[in-house]
Unconditional design. Sequence first.
Length: 202
Amino acid sequence: MFTGLVETMGQVHAIEPQTAGIRLVVDAPAIAKGIQIGDSIANNGCCLTVVKTKETLLEFDAGPETLACTNLGQKQVGDNINMERSVCLGDRLGGHLVTGHVDGLGKLVKREDQQDWSTFWFETPPNLSRQMASKGSITVDGISLTLVDVTAVQFSVALIPHTLEVTTLGKLQVGDQVNLETDLLAKYVERQITAISDATSN
């Protein structure tokens, strides 16, 4: 489980083809100390297991499903990735409950920069927008954000200077794809509503 508060931007050090998928090697000096094999790390919001460590390098295996459903398959050597270690029971929950299971891909369709602040509009699959509400929470590339406006196919977020500076969102351009995870509670609410609707229609 994660909070959506990015701890550091790691840098892709190497991408090694595997029999199925890839070995993703990320240089993350800010969090590498103390990381052990088997630990869970959110990479752009996608929960991956550490399979090898060497000094500041963390290695992860990403299979075909992960590469198809997230933007990790689009990364190249030198690209930055938002990283967060999993939380422990008793830690402060500064963002919101994030599972690290990416629900789908969104696309930046509009960026409005106003001095140090920015408003981003993302295109989203309709099945995900049903789990969004204004003032609710959304995870974008592993970053916990507050929804401003939500339509059937788009949503907007307001970004403060700190978020733009310490995450990959600062360099995001129109057309770039992002990993999306909707709020965990919203998933359960929609599931319950669907179940009740199905029961009353039968």
